[in-house]
Design a protein around this ligand. Structure first.
Ligand SMILES: [Zn+2]
Ligand SMILES: [Zn+2]
Length: 233
């Protein structure tokens, strides 16, 4: 018996024969089947935009076309695991705004499954930095706490200005925010040899934050292709 990380109810984890025989140590499932179906991981076998994974598009969606016009050097694609529906909004309300750090590992099973098949593709994984003031008040940095146990992170960006919380901005404001990031790699990091990197954030709303981060990395002379990953979109 194990307790579900979201609803707290006990449930029996079923381990398949192939999992039992697998030499790879898998992370334990954190959600009971009921909660898992309510969080509804995005099915990968449905039609998706080849640029950003938006459901229902089979060609590059208008939003991707716009980003490609603005940043023609950007050749990567965007990945996300869950839709940003009301249950996911509740999760982030409790985790980020109320600062319940116990919810940080809730999706580690999903993160680890995604990362297991892709880790060899990337020379670096760079998190989008949060607001230092808000992280200090909260006592932890949500993106790093959410993914840092699964993805090996390279801290290469710093946030230089305090921006209003994304949730308080409308779409136009989000897209016209001044550049909040600065290239500030930790010692020994030289991005010039990187061929492909992954930029990670927790939520994808308009894509503005991720693209601002990519822009700064590109301006620092990093020529790598940049994919991005968010937990929810
Ligand atoms: Zn549950
Ligand atoms: Zn797209």
């Amino acid at each position: 018996m194990t307790l579900c990380g979201w609803c707290g109810r006990p449930w029996q984890v079923k381990i398949t024969f192939s999992q039992l025989c697998s030499l790879q140590r898998r992370r334990p499932e954190t959600l009971c089947p009921d909660c898992r179906s309510q969080f509804a991981p995005v099915a990968t076998n449905t039609a998706q935009c080849p640029g950003c994974g938006r459901l229902g598009d089979t060609h590059l969606c208008p939003e991707c076309q716009l980003w490609h016009t603005r940043m023609p050097w950007q050749k990567g694609r965007e990945y996300y695991l869950f839709g940003y529906h009301s249950l996911m909004q509740t999760y982030f309300e409790r985790y980020k705004r109320q600062g319940d750090v116990r919810l940080a590992p809730l999706f580690q099973y999903d993160l680890a499954n995604w990362w297991r098949t892709r880790h060899s593709l990337y020379d670096a994984v760079i998190p989008v930095p949060g607001d230092p003031k808000r992280s200090l008040q909260r006592g932890f940095e949500p993106v790093i706490q959410l993914i840092g146990d699964v993805f090996p992170l390279t801290l290469a960006l710093a946030k230089t200005v305090t921006t209003p919380e994304q949730a308080q901005l409308n779409r136009h404001d989000r897209l016209t925010q001044p550049q909040p990031f600065r290239w500030q790699p930790c010692r020994g990091v030289n991005g010039h040899q990187w061929r492909r990197i992954l930029i990670v954030d927790d939520i994808y709303t308009t894509g503005a934050t991720l693209h601002q981060a990519m822009h700064v990395i590109h301006q620092a002379g990093v020529a790598a292709a940049m994919d991005s990953w968010t937990l929810a979109r």
